[in-house]
Design a protein around this ligand. Structure first.
Ligand code: UDP
Ligand code: MG
Length: 349
């Protein structure tokens, strides 16, 4: 499907990249690229085969050499069995993680495995419409190193989740020059240069949307609709989203730390002003030792503020602790490659 054939709510969004830079990048695109389709899967027994078949058909129709990388993120259902049942028919590489590490890590493991000139990242549950992939790849050919989906709307989400997302991005991007765009999805096309850049980033606290944004390169947003999940249920609940938000904030923003300098300054200045007021009041009207409520309020307020700031410090120290331990971000228990898999041994067109 060409971008102009997409509906009004779908397609490329405004862009400020220099045309000259784009033309340069476009000339560097290989004529016969290898595409790595990357699907993270956690308990996706109902979706995984239809998704692999869809991707394979799509790539064949586009006459593109391709590999289908499935990262099994410690599924406890028949996901692995289903993938193994087609491994000799489809060009699949199955990467099994040693346990469930979460989607961000599963994507990291898949990116490390990808051999392609470009990678297509897509969820297993058909929430990202696969038929839009050709228009994404078209943008890649035009010179964009990253083509990423932005939700056309968030109507499928609760008001609470939408409010939470709004506050989250507000905090995350406050005062930042390189803002992380709102409403983006993991549905994207990444050029080899981005794959290499992401592979070179060793951090364990991985918030992929932040990392994609941090590395830079030419990029284009595509507005897309989000479909309902085909089979099964989402693995993300409110608590896991809160955890991801904490990872994102501590990994990409020092704002929560800096905030306390400002609050400390305001509280100190206010207390000096209040002290002056008491001196003046005592000189003018005497002192009848009132002010008991003021003391209680001040103590409890400051106690709360201090505990909160210590908590935020603790959150950052916890992250530093995770980083200094230098554990690998994940372990792979098994990699199974289809005998038809590229890039080393033949063509799957
Ligand atoms: N996923 C994963 N590991 C997890 C949770 C999810 O690899 O711990 C995969 C899942 O199989 C799917 C994608 O990440 O392909 C998105 O997950 P889900 O649909 O549960 O999230 P939502 O769409 O609700 O954000
Ligand atoms: Mg989903």
């Amino acid at each position: 499907m060409k971008p102009e054939q997409l509906t009004m709510t779908e397609g490329p969004m405004e862009d400020s990249t220099s045309e000259f830079v784009l033309r340069l990048r476009a000339t560097e695109r290989p004529a016969d690229p290898l595409v790595s389709c990357l699907v993270p899967a956690f308990n996706e027994e109902g979706n995984i085969l239809p998704m692999l078949e869809t991707l394979h058909t799509l790539m064949k129709d586009l006459h593109l050499r391709h590999e289908l990388i499935v990262v099994d993120d410690g599924s406890s259902d028949a996901t692995v069995e289903r993938v193994m049942s087609v491994i000799d028919r489809l060009p699949v590489t199955l990467v099994q993680l040693s346990r469930n590490f979460g989607k961000e890590v599963a994507l990291t493991a898949g990116i490390a495995e990808a051999r392609g000139d470009l990678a297509v990242l897509i969820d297993c549950d058909f929430q990202h419409p696969p038929e839009l992939i050709p228009s994404f790849i078209e943008q890649w050919r035009l010179g964009y190193d990253m083509v990423y989906a932005v939700r056309a709307d968030r109507n499928d989400e609760t008001l609470l989740k939408r409010a939470f997302t709004y506050v989250f991005y507000g905090l995350l991007n406050f005062g930042e020059r390189n803002k992380i765009p709102e409403n983006t999805q993991d549905f994207r096309v990444l050029d080899r240069c981005l794959l290499e850049a992401l592979n070179s980033m060793p951090e364990r606290n991985r918030f992929m949307k932040g990392l994609y944004n941090w590395v830079g390169f030419t990029r284009r947003a595509m507005r897309v609709r989000t479909d309902p999940r085909r089979h099964g249920t989402s693995s993300f609940n409110f608590i896991s989203l809160l955890k991801l938000a904490a990872t994102a904030l501590t990994a990409f923003s020092n704002m929560p730390l800096r905030l306390w300098t400002v609050i400390g300054g305001v509280v100190s200045l206010s207390s000096i002003a209040y002290a002056l007021y008491i001196v003046v009041e005592t000189l003018l009207f005497g002192n009848n030792t009132s002010g008991w409520p003021t003391i209680v309020v001040a103590i409890t307020f400051l106690g709360g503020v201090q505990l909160l700031s210590v908590g935020i410090l603790g959150e950052y120290i916890g992250r530093i602790f995770t980083e200094v331990k230098q554990r690998p971000a994940y372990f792979v228990s098994r990699v199974t490659r289809s005998s038809t898999t590229l890039p080393h041994d033949g063509d799957t067109r």
